[in-house]
Design a protein around this ligand. Sequence first.
Ligand SMILES: Nc1ncnc2c1ncn2[C@@H]1O[C@H](COP(=O)(O)OP(=O)(O)OP(=O)(O)O)[C@@H](O)[C@H]1O
Length: 317
Amino acid sequence: MIEVHHLSRHYGALKAVQDVSFSINTGEIVGLLGHNGAGKTTIMKMLTGYLEPSAGTIRIDGLDIAEQRRAAQRQIGYLPENCPLYPEMTVLDSLDYQASLLGLTPAQRPVAIRRAVERTELGAKATATIGTLSRGYRQRVGVAQAILHEPRILILDEPTNGLDPAQIQHMRALVRELARDATLIISTHILQEVEAVCGRVLIMRGGQLALDSRLDALGQQPRLVITLDCAPDVALPVLHALDGITAATLLDADDLGYRFALETADAQTVAPRVARAACEHGWSLLGLERERHDLEALFGAVTLERMELNSSLATNA
Ligand SMILES: Nc1ncnc2c1ncn2[C@@H]1O[C@H](COP(=O)(O)OP(=O)(O)OP(=O)(O)O)[C@@H](O)[C@H]1O
């Protein structure tokens, strides 16, 4: 289990990560999603003990990473962003070297290396020099290095970055296979990556945690959103009185009309009723839909807020 409490990291005046808290249970596959510079890599480096937090605590299976760093690191396998490898080494030599760095004894190494090569399907390239490998194979070597000591937690930073579509498919299959034995955290700025392999998403925005949700909980929003040309003081009492609606609130208003959110347990039945009521009152029905809370819509909202922030910073500059 990973427990993160009030984690922050500053680089000089820059607040790269600000007061982030979450916990991840054994066996989960969690996507850490965010735009470039959102703070994903900084979080991963702190989780793996390679970077000290400015504030906050991290516990890995109960071990405080600040106090028991080595013991905590033994539980973790880490694929860094753009995983650095020695191009002149063969795959086997590089794995042997990494195994020694991880503290595996010479007697343990052959078995560990064979297992890692099998799981990452690197057998055909075992004696190849790393400099001659495609990017997809080099990423597999990075993953093989990360799983040599059979860690219970795997942290993969942008594992499909720069891969072609076939290599991406292979990496996703590998990630699912690895998840059978380990808790996984995958950092990415690609939405489809999260949807393809993760059960839960953490969305970072400007160093802060903007969303923490299970993917299957998204989209289960029973609210209807209706857009009318009728002002709230007239529309809200009528909407609220309709059968099946438990609450009606104004979301926003612009040139396109007034948008109201309608709470209901049965959007399917209530929607036609709402449309009829709008007609009966002579209102223009400008839109009626179920509220979208899928990952794309949520990530879009994060993007929008960031663009608004950037434009206000540019205006103020
Ligand atoms: N060593 C450093 N010194 C100064 N600033 C840094 C350092 N490392 C990262 N930053 C800054 O901290 C912020 C967060 O960076 P981080 O690499 O964690 O983001 P990220 O979400 O992983 O982005 P990317 O997807 O581009 O890798 C960025 O503004 C980045 O420029």
